[in-house]
Design a protein around this ligand. Structure first.
Ligand code: DGT
Ligand code: CA
Ligand code: CA
Length: 589
């Protein structure tokens, strides 16, 4: 069992205990354990195998230790079985809906007898939910939207989760004899933020027996829940987490062609195939073949015709007179033409990042002090960081009043003296209020080095009203960056309705930058919109929105998304030096 599954199971238990109304301290103990397990960089399975003492980890006491061991050895949790005898297990799914926490889930269950999203939908439509105390029409509407969102996401995995779930399988397969290469293709290789399934390609240069041994190893992996198919060169399984994984075993001569084909995207493949056709070639998963005179390419059998390429991807591209195209660009957004014109974009990499412009501290809902965040940024080699706690309207996050903003400046001043080698910017993540005005007065904003603005409330406004609201903030002359512009939470909340094109154009007109929020659960903006932002020449801030030091590592998943939007170092605001950034911040004076 992988760490993420252990964390999921413990989290589910915490949800159910909370719905049941258990002791808050006990619930908190589970949540702390979830956080610790989720943040571990090594598999718990290995730690236990190596005899490490788990109780030395923060948040892991004797009970959690024994839960973890039980999950690792049996795959089950006795305690979860006990709790689900009292509280229906499906209720934990309801807590994933926007606007339904454990307390509301309990109420829905106790008073309406509802336990599933389908039943809840009916109850909302009947008006029974809004009649409940503490709900109301708005919150019922929000629940309905969230149920729809949940349905849309079904079956897709966050890249971040897939990555963890795959790690053990890849290690397991790596030990197979005669395995020369093993790569993940598909949407995963293209860096997509969610993946439907995993497409593995193996180069096995042995005989039939070696291929069979590799396939057996694949289907025999301990985390396999069921084997959907298992042939000589192709196998398909579903892991216990629900993640489907395909394996294809290839030989040397067609490995590159298969890697290209199964990396996709489908749309990219179609374009490349057309290009090949114009050159009298046929590209398939088996290679690139010359189409004999007078033959219809579509009628050719696999492998028919003279093979001109197939061992490597470079060769496949070269056969159609193109340089190799990075997988993140293979979405048929003009990459083939750009490659032909030798105009593929330079893509941003983490070594070009000079600072992080969005993070929280203990002054609002962050878990680390300003000094701790500053040191952590310095350790990452940054030149600067911006402390951007929430403003007052976000009461759940202990947002700052004008007075507290000013007090915070004193502390920032102290930390500037205390922590050398990095520059701290005074920032704030200022809430955009319902009418488009900002949550702090101009005289406070004027004292800030950098002003971030964001929507955190009233996400159910009409598209027109939401767009107007954000446009008003963009027109404000003290605003620097619009952060997490669409509010999406992957697998949890769809973007709120908003005219992104109008927002980006206005940002360009008013000299406002847009953020790509690098939190792997947000990745907001979407790659399509990043592409557009770049086209419009907007500065893009790739920022982690860190709420603790370890979150600063979100920069890498953020940059993967940026690259999918063709974003290069020249487009990224925080690739600029401190001097250049300061000039930009002074752009209106
Ligand atoms: P996913 O799994 O939904 O996140 O997305 P992909 O892109 O990984 O799609 P998947 O797993 O269905 O197929 C992997 C790749 O195989 C896909 O990106 C392109 C290639 N492929 C699959 N089916 C077709 C097809 O019908 N035509 C072409 N040209 N390529 C295909
Ligand atoms: Ca796939
Ligand atoms: Ca697939």
């Amino acid at each position: 069992m992988e760490n993420i599954e252990i964390a999921d199971r413990l989290n589910e238990l915490a949800d159910l205990l909370e719905i049941k109304g258990s002791n808050p301290f006990r619930i908190r103990a589970y949540r702390n354990a979830v956080r610790t397990v989720g943040g571990l960089t090594r598999p718990l399975l290995h730690m236990v195998r190596d005899g490490e003492d788990l109780t030395e980890l923060p948040g892991i006491g004797k009970d959690m230790d024994s839960h973890i061991r039980e999950l690792l050895t049996t795959g089950e949790l006795e305690m979860l079985a006990e709790v689900t005898a009292e509280v229906p297990r499906e209720l934990a799914v309801l807590t994933r809906l926007d606007g339904v926490g454990p307390k509301k889930a309990r109420k829905i269950w106790k008073e309406l007898g509802v336990t599933t999203p389908d039943e809840l939908e009916v109850a909302v439509e009947d008006g029974r939910v809004e009649a409940l105390e503490g709900f109301g029409a708005k919150s019922a509407a929000k629940i309905l939207r969230s149920i729809e969102d949940l349905r849309k996401q079904q079956g897709r995995f966050l890249r971040l989760d897939a990555r963890q779930l795959l790690r053990g399988l890849l290690e397991h397969l790596d030990e197979a004899p005669k395995l020369e290469r093993l790569e993940v293709a598909g949407s995963y290789r293209r860096g997509k933020e969610t993946v439907g399934d995993i497409d593995l390609l193996a180069l096995c240069d042995g005989g039939e027996d070696d291929r069979q041994a590799l396939m057996d190893r694949f289907t025999g992996y301990a985390e396999v829940d069921r084997v959907e198919m298992s042939g000589a060169t192709r196998g398909s399984v579903v892991l216990r987490s629900g993640l489907p994984v395909d394996l294809r075993i290839l030989g040397r001569s067609d490995y590159g062609a298969a890697l290209h084909y199964f990396t996709g995207s489908k749309e990219h493949n179609v374009e490349l195939r057309k290009r090949a056709q114009r050159r009298g070639l046929k590209v398939s998963e088996y290679g690139v073949f010359r189409v004999p005179e007078g033959t219809d390419a579509d009628q050719m059998e696999p492998g028919e015709g003279e093979r001109v390429a197939g061992e490597t991807e470079e060769e496949v591209f070269a056969a159609v007179d193109l340089p190799w195209i990075p997988p993140v660009l293979r979405e048929n957004r003009g990459e083939i033409q750009a490659a032909e014109e030798d105009a593929l974009p330079e893509l941003v990499t983490v070594d070009r990042i000079r600072g992080d412009l969005h993070m929280h501290s203990t002054w609002s809902d962050g878990k680390a002090s300003i000094a701790e965040m500053a040191r952590a940024c310095r350790d990452r080699g940054y030149e600067y960081l911006a402390i951007t706690d929430h403003s007052q309207d976000v009461t759940v996050a202990n947002g700052l009043t004008p007075e507290r903003v000013r007090e915070q400046w004193n502390e920032i001043e102290r930390v500037r003296d205390e922590v050398d080698g990095i520059h701290l910017l005074r920032g704030c993540e200022v809430d955009i209020l319902k009418d488009g005005s900002l949550d702090l007065p101009d005289d406070v904003l004027e004292g800030l080095d950098i002003v971030l603005v964001a929507v955190h409330s009233h996400m159910g406004l009409s598209r027109e009203a939401q767009t107007e609201r954000v446009l008003a903030a963009i027109r404000h002359p003290l605003v620097d960056i619009l952060v997490h512009p669409t509010g999406r939470l992957l697998n949890r909340r769809e973007p709120y309705p908003i005219d992104v094109e109008a927002i980006l154009e206005a940002a360009g007109e008013h000299g406002v930058a847009v953020e790509l929020n690098a939190n792997p659960r947000r990745l907001d903006l979407h790659d399509r919109h990043l592409f557009r932002a770049r086209e419009l020449g907007l500065p893009i801030s790739v920022a982690t929105d860190a709420h603790r030091e370890s979150h600063l590592d979100f920069m890498e998943p953020g940059l993967e998304q940026a690259r999918r939007g063709w974003v290069g170092p020249g487009d990224v605001l925080n690739c600029r030096s401190l001097d250049e950034l300061t000039d930009w911040l002074d752009r209106r004076s």
